[in-house]
Write a protein that binds this ligand. Structure first.
Ligand code: MD3
Ligand code: FE
Length: 205
């Protein structure tokens, strides 16, 4: 359903067996492209979210800034391929005539969060972003086009898909907190102690 202009939420888009299969795919991505802790531009302060990527390009952040690049910042290897199930979800939900170029993998422990921000490191602002959540619920916050605009919070749960396109694409958003007590029974080292995984598929331009 379209919860706001350009923001579509598909609750339980992936059923339990699809979530388990996707977790195995992401564990394989991480075996090839290890999770690392990005740091903030200028300050060098670490994020609380661990990250990696799959696809031709990956989003990275370090003291030099935010950017997309074709290799892992530590191993210097190309990113592994985007799993087929994610390409299928993009085909089904993105309403865009080209495949995703990047998939950012965000791994939250129960204390991790993500401050309010806009996603604007992509030249292709006409393309939507597709997000898929696995593991514990989070309290997600969706703001407006300006930082101070009113915002609303809602839960994102394991298996939910969200698309952000058109007027939704540049809205401020963040993850207030992880809700480790609201977690599905999915066995994965990524979800230990109430962890959460979010996958975002993107066109970079
Ligand atoms: C709304 N990730 O990686 S996904 C990010 O749960 C990011 O890990 C969050 O924000 C997470 O940049 C939120 C949902 C999402 C993604 C992109 C958006 C919501 C968005 C872009 C515009 C508006
Ligand atoms: Fe974002």
């Amino acid at each position: 359903m379209e919860i706001e202009a350009g923001v579509h939420l598909y609750r339980s888009y992936l059923d339990e067996s699809a979530q388990i299969a996707l977790l195995r795919d992401i564990e394989a991505v991480i075996a090839a492209a290890p999770l690392y802790l990005p740091t903030m531009p200028r300050s060098g302060k670490p994020f609380s979210v661990r990250m990696t990527n799959c696809g031709p390009l990956g989003w990275v952040s370090d003291k030099a800034g935010y950017r997309y690049q074709s290799r892992h910042p530590q191993t210097r290897e190309p990113w592994p391929a985007i799993p087929q199930a994610l390409l299928a979800a993009w085909e089904a939900l993105a309403d865009y005539p080209h495949p995703p170029q990047a998939c950012l993998v965000n791994v939250y422990d129960s204390a991790a969060r993500m401050g309010l921000h806009q996603d604007r490191d992509e030249a292709a602002l006409d393309a939507p972003i597709l997000s898929i959540s696995l593991g514990a619920d989070c309290r997600f916050r969706l703001g407006g086009a300006k930082r101070g605009d009113p915002s609303r919070a809602f839960a994102l749960s394991s298996g939910d898909a969200l698309t952000l396109g058109g007027p939704g694409r540049l809205r401020f958003h963040g993850v207030d907190k992880i809700l480790p007590e609201i977690a599905p029974r999915l066995v994965s080292p990524l979800l230990a102690q109430g962890g959460r995984v979010n996958l975002t598929l993107r066109r970079v331009g």
